[in-house]
Design a binder for this molecule. Structure first.
Ligand code: PXP
Length: 238
């Protein structure tokens, strides 16, 4: 299973003092030196962390891959077509949320999401849809020619007890298997950490996990190299 690092929280820290340190681009390049498979950033409409300069510099400097998370809104889609990330992951975005709160409702927003996928495909950019582990949403993603899905793992990560966590893992397992049968690539992410990753590894059909908060927080204490090494050991990367 591959492992990509979301560096949005480094930009949160930088922006807290309106200065230029710590730079999420430098952080991402260091993560590459330590063996990460790719970098994820979310360019939000309100630019609360990552900004356009970060995205353009990452595009120029990264040697692995750049996964640009974004809402299906024209301004950001146009930036993506210009910047040409290796992958766009479409997510729902609300102004008031602290972080992405759940998967896209592909079924209810099918025309908008299809048009966005078509525009990105016209620029040769593969598209992933961030969805709940729900086969009806995954079928809709496949119908409108998404290349991949990213399964929302937040409900698993925030489960109140072992039974709920087990049930949600089973839902994720079935959803990943279903997506693979449809020929979709399968990523997963949100809330994955050093404690819940071990159980998560029972799921076979996930190609890649995208992790931010847990690794950035741990790197404050033990340094980025060590934080990445510990997570990579849990993910058991091939
Ligand atoms: N995947 C998506 C679509 C996200 O929005 C986020 C959070 O930015 C992540 C993965 C990573 O989540 P976390 O920071 O909880 O690891």
């Amino acid at each position: 299973m591959k492992f990509t690092l979301n560096v949005d929280h480094v930009a949160v820290l930088r922006n807290a003092r309106a200065e230029d340190n710590p730079d999420p681009v430098t952080f991402a390049l260091m993560a590459e030196l330590y063996g990460i498979d790719g970098i994820v950033v979310h360019l939000r409409e309100d630019r609360r962390h990552i900004n356009e300069r970060d995205v353009r510099l990452l595009r120029e400097q990264l040697k692995t891959k750049l996964d640009l998370e974004m809402a299906a809104v024209k301004e950001i889609v146009d930036i993506a077509c210009d910047v040409q990330p290796d992958l766009v992951t479409l997510v729902p975005e609300k102004r008031q949320e602290l972080t992405t709160e759940g998967g896209l409702n592909v079924i209810d927003n099918i025309d908008l999401i299809r048009d966005t996928i078509d525009q990105l495909h016209d620029s040769d950019i593969p598209v992933s849809l961030f969805v709940e582990p729900d086969v009806t949403q995954i079928d809709a993603a496949s119908e409108i020619s998404a290349d991949l899905i990213e399964i929302h793992t937040g409900i698993y990560a925030n489960a109140k007890n072992e039974e709920d966590a087990f049930d949600e893992l089973e839902r994720i397992r079935q959803a990943a298997k279903h997506a693979k049968k449809l020929g979709l690539g399968v990523n997963a992410g949100h809330g994955l950490n050093y404690l819940n990753m071990k159980e998560f590894m029972v799921i076979e059909d996930v190609d890649e996990v995208s992790i931010g908060q847990a690794v950035i927080a741990r790197s404050v204490f033990v340094g980025l190299e060590q934080a990445l090494k510990e997570m990579a050991a849990l993910i058991n990367r091939k």
